[in-house]
Design a protein around this ligand. Structure first.
Ligand code: AVJ
Length: 314
């Protein structure tokens, strides 16, 4: 379960991620912990921001090219979506490929049920098998789709959250999960200028800041933390050597607090690193896929080449 809020139900993996992360020299807590219910809602708000180009650009690509993609993919596949969220982009694809089944996988059961329902309304004939799971590990697929050829769908440039070795492991795991003859349709965000990248992760309305700082609220609530939230601010920085945007939570003054009774002190300017969003140029994307066992077949990108939708085969 993604959001258990009672004391008895503290997610031990969350507790470990937070305590281990706060004890490190360079403090860091994995990006998946940003997505409690509130965080998932704030992320949906981010996707509507003027500065946040990825969602609208990818949707534009699906609008314009899912016909072409559908022709290359062919009918009768089970579509397996990793981290389906609200499944907002899925109908654009499903309309074009006459799928045999749809399997949305998401860590948030609540989102999963809502989106599975609205999809069933739109595609009443389509068998939908929602799976509530953390897709970063191998996910056993429902028996009903075992014998169908698969199309993995991984939009949103979520792969950008992973450092490259983890991304490669994940691509391999997806290949195993999807089986022989599998195809993959994946969204990746391109490398581009800082003047576009940084505002996309530090918007004028402060929605991304709220999304990031919500992690402190979650720690205080779920782990009995005493973190003074007003002593921190959101930071987004482009790390050029590592080709990624990083989100950090920065202490505005020297600050002390406890989490689960353990004391922590942070000096002014120190940060907790909360997210990476890796960007890939055209060659970068292909080599990443190759390293993970996939070969690019086709690629679509927008006029400004800000974002790419890539079709690959196992
Ligand atoms: C959901 C990982 C694709 O990295 O762009 C957006 C998350 N974080 N704004 C991204 C995010 C801050 C997003 N992904």
């Amino acid at each position: 379960m993604a959001t258990i809020e009672t004391d008895a139900g503290v997610d031990p993996a969350f507790r470990k991620a937070v305590l281990d992360g706060l004890r490190m020299d360079r403090r860091a807590i994995g990006a998946r912990w940003l997505y409690d219910l509130k965080g998932s809602e704030l992320f949906e708000d981010i996707t509507d921001l003027p500065e946040y180009y990825p969602t609208r650009t990818e949707r534009g690509l699906l609008d314009a090219y899912s016909g072409e993609a559908g022709a290359a993919i062919g009918a009768g596949r089970a579509v397996i979506e990793f981290g389906s969220g609200s499944s907002a982009k899925t109908p654009l694809l499903l309309k074009q490929i006459d799928p045999a089944a749809y399997v949305p996988i998401d860590i948030s059961g609540e989102f999963l049920r809502d989106s599975a329902e609205s999809l069933s309304d739109e595609f009443p004939e389509l068998p939908v098998f929602p799976v509530e799971a953390d897709f970063s590990h191998k996910v056993p697929l429902p028996e009903a789709v075992a014998d169908m050829p698969k199309l993995g769908f991984f939009p949103g440039s979520t792969i950008g959250n992973m450092v490259p070795p983890i991304a490669v492991d994940f691509l391999r795991t997806m290949k195993e999960t999807l089986g022989i003859g599998a195809m993959l349709l994946i969204g990746m965000d391109r490398v581009k200028g800082e003047e576009i990248l940084v505002p996309a992760y530090d918007d004028a309305a402060g929605v991304t800041a709220a999304f990031n700082l919500n992690l402190l609220t979650r720690i205080n609530r779920e782990l009995g933390g005493t973190i003074p939230e007003d002593a921190f601010r959101h930071r987004a920085v482009w790390n050029d050597p590592l080709a990624r945007v990083e989100m950090h939570i920065e202490a505005l003054r020297d600050v002390e607090f406890t989490v689960e009774g353990e004391r922590f002190a942070m000096a002014k300017g120190e940060t907790i690193h909360t997210e990476n969003s890796h960007k890939y140029g055209p060659r970068d994307a292909r080599i990443l896929l190759r390293a993970g066992g996939w070969t690019m077949i086709r690629e679509w990108s927008d006029r400004k080449d800000q974002f790419a939708l890539i079709l690959a085969e196992a």
